[in-house]
Design a protein around this ligand. Structure first.
Ligand SMILES: C[S@@+](CC[C@H](N)C(=O)[O-])C[C@H]1O[C@@H](n2cnc3c(N)ncnc32)[C@H](O)[C@@H]1O
Length: 214
């Protein structure tokens, strides 16, 4: 419950960057990590927008000894929780001792390099971002991911449609532009979608591969 209160407090401080009032459930974490959990080769994973670590904790349980995990988060308050309460958990002992897990503060857009990760698992609130930020984040993910790599992210069921109805003026226009970008990406590259009802609110876990067209 402490995590939930912190999450809510951070949302009130920075709503468009946190974009959710409640952390992801265990079921959503499992659905987001499904392609990695099924991988049969050594893998490099990037988790972006880790928040209070709902997905990170799950990754700690399934991380294999051949694999490495980078966790990127923007908010200093969440970075403290990740450092002191999540990555310090015994499930990360071995990976930490072998320097296979790193906490990276800052914006994902500022991560250097190209073709570094087999899996990028995102908790970023893309639907709360400006269209320009969505373009920048997707461009960054495409740069960082290896050929054949998988990008997994979630969005709340019906949120985009609902916001297009209830929002007015600039906010409605922003949502339309974000939505059209996400729809283009989904149409071109999504290979799997899971509906996760056991989450507040229910969510889609989406999995995309940028090398393949559907
Ligand atoms: C909806 S919360 C997700 C938290 C967690 N993954 C979960 O599912 O419960 C989004 C997180 O993304 C972080 N964030 C927002 N913009 C970011 C950026 N450009 N780079 C890295 N993290 C960012 C926020 O600080 C917040 O912790």
């Amino acid at each position: 419950m402490r995590q939930h209160v912190r999450f809510l407090r951070q949302y009130l401080t920075s709503p468009s960057s946190v974009g959710a009032v409640w952390p992801s459930s265990q079921s959503l974490a499992r659905a987001l990590c499904e392609p990695y959990a099924c991988a049969d080769r050594p893998s490099a994973i990037l988790e972006v927008g880790a928040g209070t670590g709902a997905v990170t904790r799950y990754l700690g349980r399934i991380l294999r000894p051949t694999d490495q995990l980078d966790v990127c988060e923007l908010a200093p308050a969440f970075l403290r929780v990740l450092e002191e309460e999540v990555l310090s958990d015994a499930s990360f002992d071995r990976a930490r001792n072998e320097s296979r897990v790193r906490l990276i503060p800052g914006r994902v857009q500022d991560l250097p390099g190209a073709g570094r990760y087999d899996f990028v698992i995102s908790g970023l609130p893309l639907t709360a971002f400006s269209p320009e930020d969505v373009d920048e984040v997707i461009g960054t993910v495409r740069r960082l991911i290896r050929p054949g790599g998988v990008f997994s992210y979630f969005e709340y069921v019906g949120l985009r449609r609902l916001s297009r109805w209830i929002r007015l003026g600039d906010r409605r226009r922003r949502m339309r532009r974000v939505s059209s970008r996400l729809d283009d990406m989904i149409r071109a590259h999504q290979f799997r979608r899971r509906v996760v009802l056991a989450n507040i609110p229910p969510a889609y876990a989406r999995h995309l591969c940028f090398d393949k067209r559907r």
